[in-house]
Design a protein around this ligand. Structure first.
Ligand code: NAD
Length: 416
């Protein structure tokens, strides 16, 4: 597989570093660096103007050694097979770090959902699902929402699959509306996981979360819930920036008022409870904790030198470039990697799948308690490996993940 300049190539670089430390045998190395299955489909849809458009869709099942493939479906004009394959690989490692019985998958359709009607989106979703129907299912591959797909799209996925198999099958997909077998606590799960690993990092580094200062980039699903839950622990949320700008208040931002402001203005920019702040300034703040929870590639060699936080918790996927990560590690800044830090979402997706298969639903308290236990277990395993092999937490997370998948691969043996 060609890897030059590709996203999949970037995934392989991270993989190789950890595999080398583990002394992974060449055969297993080969297996774990090849996608198990890549499906490409053409989805004809009659548009509202009567014309027929054909959309290209992908579903990649990178590795299903530990269980059914798990991963979102994204709708975006820039979707490529290379990107979907890399994302499916990252899901494999994320599920393995989280210690849940799932492999890694990802799907994508090349389209611009912002320019499509609800009817067109439903037609596209149903046709895409029909095209990949033999490959998905509660035992095979369980999709979820991703960029520009939501619980309504998941409801259409679930309905289309159910119509094909002839009975209602809620466990085929997660991230569903509650009424359709969704899980309590799923919406808050990623932010809750971020809060838990932040709290555990502070414990490890020996500082109190109570009174610690926090700056966040992003105040969407992940950022806002992380901020809220850290504030509940007594942390002081001093700065938040988003797509339009940011706000700073050394005494701590009033999150209730800020949430209200964002509901009305769709941005934290212009909030009267603090001083204006740019995204560039946010990364330079003298805070204890920095949480990038917006986009990829936000911490680069341009701003890594100015970061003064003790710990960076990657709420977003891929917010730190590899060279910036190396720089932070060398300077002694702890970076909690994305595949660990934001794995609360997929862990609660696993809980949703379990509840659907049982047909018995847990209280929010039960979901949160189970998430707490899983996140602490994952953090502990990664930290232990980081100390054992004297490596950064990202490499340690890969070591944990690769070890788990490789062990089961060896036990299962080679089918031929
Ligand atoms: P979201 O759309 O709810 O929020 C995104 C936030 O980022 C918003 O506050 C937005 O204003 C901000 N933002 C957008 N462009 C920006 C820019 N150029 N500069 C600064 N801020 C910008 O998204 P989300 O669900 O909170 O996801 C955030 C990140 O977390 C993504 O990387 C996503 O892949 C990752 N993630 C999310 C989940 C989940 O369960 N939602 C799970 C795992 C990983």
């Amino acid at each position: 597989m060609a890897t030059n300049g590709s996203i999949f190539g970037a995934m392989l670089q991270e993989f190789d570093g950890a595999a080398r430390i583990l002394n992974l045998e060449p055969g297993i190395w080969k297996i774990l660096t090849h996608p198990k299955r890549q499906i490409t489909v053409s989805c004809p849809v009659q548009m509202d103007n009567g014309e027929i458009e054909v959309f290209t869709g992908y579903r990649v099942q990178y590795n299903i050694t530990l269980g059914p493939a798990k991963g979102g479906i994204r709708y975006h004009p820039g979707v490529t097979l290379d990107e979907v394959t890399a994302l499916a690989a990252w899901m494999t490692w994320k599920c393995a770090v989280a210690h849940i019985p799932f492999g890694g998958g990802k799907g994508g359709v090349i389209c611009d959902p912002t320019r499509m009607s609800r009817r067109e989106l439903e037609a596209l979703t149903r046709r895409y699902v029909a095209e990949i129907i033999d490959a998905i299912g509660p035992e095979k591959d369980v999709p979820a929402p991703d960029v520009k797909t939501n619980d309504q799209v998941m409801a259409w996925v679930m309905d289309t699959y159910s119509m094909h198999v002839g009975h209602t099958s809620t466990a085929v997909v997660t991230g569903k509306p509650l009424e359709l077998g969704g899980s309590l606590g799923r919406r808050e799960a990623t932010g809750r996981g971020v809060m838990i690993v932040t709290r555990e990092s502070a414990k490890h580094l020996g500082f109190e979360i109570k009174g610690a200062t926090v700056a966040l980039q992003g105040f969407g699903n992940v950022g806002s819930i992380s901020a809220e839950l850290l504030a509940e622990l007594g942390a002081r949320i001093v700065a938040i920036a988003d797509w339009k700008g940011g706000v700073y208040n050394g005494g701590g931002l009033d999150l209730v008022k800020l949430t209200d402001h964002v509901r009305q203005r769709k941005t934290v920019d212009g909030f009267s409870g603090g001083d204006p702040l740019t995204n560039e300034e946010l990364f330079k703040l003298d805070v204890d904790i920095l949480i990038p929870a917006a986009l990829e590639n936000q911490i680069t060699m341009e701003n890594a030198q100015s970061i003064r936080a003790k710990v960076v918790v990657e709420g977003a996927n891929g917010p730190t470039t590899p060279d910036a990560h190396r720089h932070l590690h060398e300077r002694g800044v702890m970076v909690v990697p994305d595949i660990l830090a934001n794995s609360g979402g997929v862990t609660t997706s696993y809980f949703e799948w379990v509840q659907d298969r049982y047909g018995y639903f847990w209280t929010e308290k039960e979901v949160n308690e189970r998430l707490e236990a899983k996140m602490c277990e994952a953090f502990g395993a990664v930290l232990q490996n980081s100390l054992k092999f004297r490596v950064d937490l990202r490499t340690a997370a890969y070591i944990v993940a690769i070890n788990r998948v490789a062990t089961v691969t060896r036990m299962r043996g080679m089918y031929a």
